[in-house]
Design a protein around this ligand. Structure first.
Ligand code: MSP
Length: 473
């Protein structure tokens, strides 16, 4: 039986079209999925949409649509993008699915009955952009630093989730890496937050304030807090019905991908829900940095939003996957702009990989009588280490070093000249080059699956392919 491995991405808010940041998290998780599959694991890779809450309710109102219509449209856009980017997901969950809502209500009832949810008064500040409570100390000029908006003052009678009592257990599990947080810098941030007093949090809003959500089964005048509803997606993606005695066999997750902006909720509220349910915690949460444009977080007002659809149309899906995985650091913030994208595309793909593939296959088609039969080689330990540690940019650098070495070999040995004087030696060199190209394609597979496939097919057919990447001006 194959080893099971469960990978998740966050579920995205269905209030607006996907942008490059969403594509970033999803492509990273897809690279890991493909890598784990290549090692023979049975992978479940979940993606989905977060479709309730004030943010969506407000947006629907603003554009004069029913919330359900809005989330239906946005969800199809995301789904289409994942298909256009070759995202090899197993399950796509939506929090407006009837089964998901039923499971959330079952969990709410279970928690209420056991006293993990109780009625109380919650006071605080709330940022609708984050759909999160925000501490006064986090504000800059009285505004949320991420959304630039003044938070709502919040004092309501609603339902709270007991978190305080779980603090020591949570700290212990994170400190000991039973729940591993990667990179360690983020683990330390979470721990220092957790070591302050952990508050019970509000998990409901009165219906007159937020109506677009799942009504609490024990008080229909309130709807569930959107994050409480959202976290359960990691279970309902399997069709789970809310019964904690019947847990999906892939659970708990082996690797959860999140941006650093949502790490704190993932390492507090989410594990708290699991502890109350009596379930195992995820094995690892990996937090990546954000993608900035012109040094700033992307926003419509700043006009620096990079649209993944536009890039795919112009450069192709693998170029987008390439840029995001190679030209952004693994753990810190990265940068993207249309201009930089074009430069990198021309240098590394059109002139680099694309040109090398054409040169090698042109020689092989002309000089070799039949296709060579390359074997799947052993992957280098360095490359493997990078893949296992989510250092995808380093794994890609490693591949491009090999590409550089193949280029150099052509330059130094000049088989296209040698063929006139020493045919045997020239053929031997070309065979080595084809083998080198084949192992490059093998290493590229998790990152650029379609390109890797085209290279392999061209090698098998011993035919120079159409250019893989056309130069752009
Ligand atoms: N709905 C919640 C997640 C619930 S999971 C139980 C949410 N959605 S989101 O659409 O705002 O963002 C989801 C993911 O996209 C996060 O991992 C976030 O970090 C990522 N990104 C959003 N903008 C980003 C960038 N500009 N750069 C990189 N990733 C960013 O939060």
């Amino acid at each position: 039986m194959k080893d099971k491995f469960y990978i998740t991405t966050p579920i995205y808010y269905a209030n607006a079209s996907p942008h490059i940041g969403h594509a970033y998290t999803t492509i990273k998780a897809d690279v890991l999925t493909r890598w784990k599959k290549s090692l023979g694991k049975e992978v479940f890779f979940s993606v989905g949409m977060d479709e309730h809450g004030l943010k969506i309710q407000d947006k629907a109102l603003e554009i004069g649509k029913e919330p359900q219509q809005l989330v239906d449209e946005v969800s199809s856009e995301f789904k289409k993008l994942w298909e256009d980017l070759d995202i090899d997901y197993t399950g796509f969950v939506r929090t407006t699915d009837a089964k998901h809502k039923e499971a959330v209500r079952k969990v709410l009832t279970f928690f209420y009955d056991k006293g993990a949810i109780y009625k109380g008064v919650y006071k605080g500040l709330y940022c609708v952009g984050c759909e999160q409570f925000i501490a006064k100390s986090q504000l800059i000029d009285g505004k949320c630093p991420d959304h630039g908006k003044v938070p709502e003052i919040f004092e309501e009678e609603n339902y709270l989730l007991a978190m305080k009592a779980l603090q020591p257990e949570l700290v212990k599990k994170i400190e000991s890496d039973e729940l591993q947080i990667t990179p360690s810098k983020r683990k330390n941030e979470v721990l220092s937050f957790l070591k302050q007093e952990l508050q019970d949090i509000s998990i409901s809003r009165p219906k007159e304030k937020v109506s677009w959500g799942i009504a609490l089964p024990f008080d229909e005048g309130h709807v569930s807090y959107v994050w409480f509803d959202a976290f359960l997606n990691y279970l309902t993606v399997f069709g789970w019905d809310g019964d904690n005695e019947k847990i999906p066999e892939f659970f708990p997750p082996d690797a959860q991908f999140v941006g650093k902006d949502i790490l704190r909720v993932h390492s507090t509220i989410w594990p708290a829900i699991l502890l109350h349910l009596g379930l195992f915690l995820p094995k690892e949460i990996y937090a990546h940095g954000l993608i900035l444009s012109g040094g700033k977080k992307m926003s419509k007002t700043l006009g620096n939003v990079v649209d993944p659809k536009k890039l795919i149309d112009e450069y192709g899906k693998d170029a987008v996957r390439y840029y995001l995985m190679r030209h952004t650091p693994s753990f810190e913030d990265g940068e993207i702009s249309y201009e930089r994208f074009r430069e990198v595309y021309n240098a590394d793909l059109a002139n680099g990989l694309g040109n090398l593939t054409s040169r090698i296959l042109k020689m092989s088609e002309s000089y070799l009588d039949e296709p060579i039969e390359p074997q799947l080689g052993d992957l280098d330990s360095k490359y493997k280490e990078y893949m296992e540690n989510y250092e995808f940019n380093k794994a890609m650098d490693f591949i491009w070093e090999k590409i550089g070495a193949l280029d150099l070999k052509i330059q130094e040995t000049q088989p296209f000249k040698l063929i006139k004087t020493d045919e045997k030696q020239a053929k031997k060199i070309v065979t080595e080059l084809v083998k080198g190209l084949f192992s490059t394609a093998q290493r590229l597979e998790p990152f650029m699956p379609a390109t890797a496939e085209r290279i392999k097919q061209a090698i098998t057919a011993n035919k120079m392919p159409e250019p893989l990447f056309l130069r752009k001006n």
